[in-house]
Design a protein around this ligand. Sequence first.
Ligand SMILES: NC(=O)c1ccc[n+]([C@@H]2O[C@H](COP(=O)([O-])OP(=O)(O)OC[C@H]3O[C@@H](n4cnc5c(N)ncnc54)[C@H](OP(=O)(O)O)[C@@H]3O)[C@@H](O)[C@H]2O)c1
Length: 295
Amino acid sequence: MRVLVLGGTGAIGGAIVRNLIAAGHAVSGLARSPEAAERLMEIGAEPIAGDIGNPRLWAGAVVGDLDAVVHAACSFTDAMGPLDSSLLDTLLPALAGTSRRPSLIYTGGCWLWGPSPDKTIDEETTLDPLPAFAWMVPNLRRVLAEPGIRGAVVHPAMVHAERTGPLAAMAERVRKGQPVQVVGSPDVMWPLVHADDLAELYRLVLEDAAFTGQVIGVADNGVPVGTLARLMAGGETAIELVPEDHAARERGDWARGFARSQRMSGALARDRFGWTPARCLDPGMPDLDSAAKRS
Ligand SMILES: NC(=O)c1ccc[n+]([C@@H]2O[C@H](COP(=O)([O-])OP(=O)(O)OC[C@H]3O[C@@H](n4cnc5c(N)ncnc54)[C@H](OP(=O)(O)O)[C@@H]3O)[C@@H](O)[C@H]2O)c1
């Protein structure tokens, strides 16, 4: 398939690019800077110059050749909602106008659901988004409702990888001899997925042309952050509690999500797509619980 990845230099998009190329797909990536173009070429994707803020400059020219777009770009600024909406204003009609019914795989996320430490969230659970990401809900509905494309939404849990994401940040603080920072409380539970496992799920969704709808990508359903800090430290470690308001002031309102306690189910991804995440924090019990019980 010929696939354009938006956000192909990011934590999620980069893993998707590498996975799709390894599976034999022809991958291009939107690059908003020469540095991004360089990074895309390094991982084997063809860079296409453009910004999600100016889709009229690139969308019409590229979509005619595509079988699919994977959208995993996000600016994490106050403007991210309007930016995403205006991207869809141009991208959806451009894709629908190609008459080949291309796929658009949109990225949602665990923070589109409310706190749910006791009841496991699945795709049927009513959405209750973090206010900073509320714009994603109408946008993902637009993707699913567009008749001229095959729309699907992947909802990643909290993403971890060796060099990026909140677990890597914890490990870095341990390496520097600093206390691990925890927003809210060490009892807050995070659903988790490794970036490479998540990328595999995106590929499976992409290749299953009959699938439309939403799917959650989670490997460890919900692990207390205090347990994660100890796992990253390889034993007991000092924890510095960061109030939610402070995190929001420092990083943006979206950072309130770090204090959202959730458990999520990956059953649909496993049952429908045969997805078998290999990089669970607790390989002995991939569908969670033991890490939580250890705490
Ligand atoms: N990471 C998680 O734990 C997680 C969990 C659930 C959902 N999500 C969602 O997944 C999406 C991607 O997250 P991520 O963690 O992969 O983010 P990330 O690592 O910060 O990557 C963001 C990507 O978007 C690109 N981008 C940002 N603004 C752009 C613009 N104006 N034009 C073109 N490209 C632009 C960046 O390109 P540059 O290289 O040029 O900066 C980068 O490739 C977000 O919507 C996020 O809410 C993430």
